[in-house]
Design a protein around this ligand. Sequence first.
Ligand code: SF4
Ligand code: SF4
Length: 332
Amino acid sequence: MSDYISRADLLSWLEKVSQSRDLVAPVKIEDLTLFQKVERVEDIVFDPGNTDLSPKEFFFPKSEVLFYVDRSDGRVELVPAEVEQETVIFGIRPCDAKGIAVLDLPYLEEPADALYRQHREKTTLVGLSCVSACPECFCTSMGTTPDDASNVDIMLTEVEEGFIVQVVTEKGKALLPEGLLSSKEVSPPAAPSVASVPSEGIAEKMHQVFDSPYWDRLADRCLHCNVCSYVCPTCYCFDVRDLRSGGRVERVRSWESCQSPGFTKIAGGYDPRAAKGPRLRQRFAHKLLYFVEKFGVTHCVGCGRCVRSCPVNIDIREVIQDVQGLGVKSEA
Ligand code: SF4
Ligand code: SF4
């Protein structure tokens, strides 16, 4: 027997949730499917494949005020921003949920990022298992699976006319009213098959090919448009600026990318990654080598978005395959 909820009961529950919290879920906006604050639960797209952007912006917004300077009363005070609203993200896929768990590693490492921690604490994740996989997905090669419930608070799996419900955390339990779920004899559908890439031992191989001319050759066609970083659920680089707004000064954090020219420029004008090759190598070395060495997991969850979005078809799956094939330092 499984805990079960019908689709009609799920929608009424979500309607109630949206009255006390921000409810965020995949919705259609012209040709895109994006996680957005939901105004009407009927607008939720239940089978969007993989949304065009991940929900990382609800933890690490595209642009966010960190604090502002208060000069009233003749004093100068730095007033930190606070997250007040509770949020429920509905319909997050296992790869994106793992993406948030990956973001936790640098952002919650002490000293933790205060604003990121508030976003995390005020947000409940309701996941949806994948019953089909996009052609670009390779999650099973990057440490997760289409039905992985380990990074959400509640996991739903669609079955005929309803959903199997797994309550994973106390936070998830607290969101569900007493008596909402029923028991039903129902089996989950078979997990979809997902393409695999040869990721075994990739960090060691990245070491070996670090100085290969492969990176310059690959970077020849890169436009450094930054799209791969912006669509990625795990990329977390940012820039910080002080801006005037409404008569006060705010410190604002905004998404940035290691692919931007000048991203690593330092005082005096020196840029250790001024050339295209080292810049592109940095993206893959961070994902497949440095992050693995520091945190023990790849900085990629296999969502396939960068594969779909790159205008010149630079494909991380092919890069992994190529790196494994290059073998040793002397081989170019
Ligand atoms: S999306 Fe493609 S072209 Fe754009 S920066 Fe990334 S790898 Fe380069
Ligand atoms: S590197 Fe590409 S495939 Fe991996 S998590 Fe980021 S967007 Fe998804």
